[in-house]
Design a protein around this ligand. Sequence first.
Ligand SMILES: Nc1ncnc2c1ncn2[C@@H]1O[C@H](COP(=O)(O)OP(=O)(O)O)[C@@H](O)[C@H]1O
Ligand SMILES: [Mg+2]
Length: 226
Amino acid sequence: MQIDFHQAELRFGDRLALRPLTLSLRERRIGVIGLNGSGKTSFARLINGLAKPSSGHVTVDGLDTVKDWKAVLGRVGYIFQNPANQIILPIIRDDIAMGPKARGLKGAELNAAVDGALTRLGIAHLADRRPHELSGGELQLAALAAVTATRPDLVIFDEPTNQLDLKNRALVEAAIRDMPEQAVIISHDLDLVSGLDRVLVFHEGGMAFDGAAAAAIARYREIART
Ligand SMILES: Nc1ncnc2c1ncn2[C@@H]1O[C@H](COP(=O)(O)OP(=O)(O)O)[C@@H](O)[C@H]1O
Ligand SMILES: [Mg+2]
């Protein structure tokens, strides 16, 4: 998808979370890095209409995130920082089925969509578990299965590997690397970020760098030292 920010800014009262930003993105793997509070989540929430710009506008493939919010939500999936907040039904399989059901699937077709999402992420054995019976990495994968089962064109990840041990981190990184959908990935995991096509660095509510991963990481290290 083509993501366009047109002088989009986000304020909370007199606090500026994101300064007016104009930007076009269409790479397959887009990274977002920066210190805590630098505006990363604000930027991500503007892309799928979870946050509405205080001024300016944001479009995805020409759809306005405010005027066309329903269409935008259908095409842009979002994985929250804490996936436990995202899985709302008591059994994983039922939670994953919600998206396909909303698309009108029933019976065998519905089961095939759910099984497909589970298998694709290697978590078929977790289908009948409850969310509190999963590890952090397994929860991330289940959240990703639920989001991809809705067939989005773009998935946004807000710090998907932060809470994870090395093993779960590798699982989630591989799932992100292999998924066919376009992705915007906010992360402090510089190994993950170093493989991305284009990386934005945020600092104090503004975009401080936009370009190749290695140069973005160097800029981020510089910012962290000051
Ligand atoms: N709901 C909110 N109300 C007030 N201020 C907020 C809210 N959400 C974020 N902010 C502020 O906006 C700034 C950017 O936040 P955020 O985009 O969440 O940063 P990051 O994701 O990079 O840590 C921070 O100063 C934060 O305190
Ligand atoms: Mg954040």
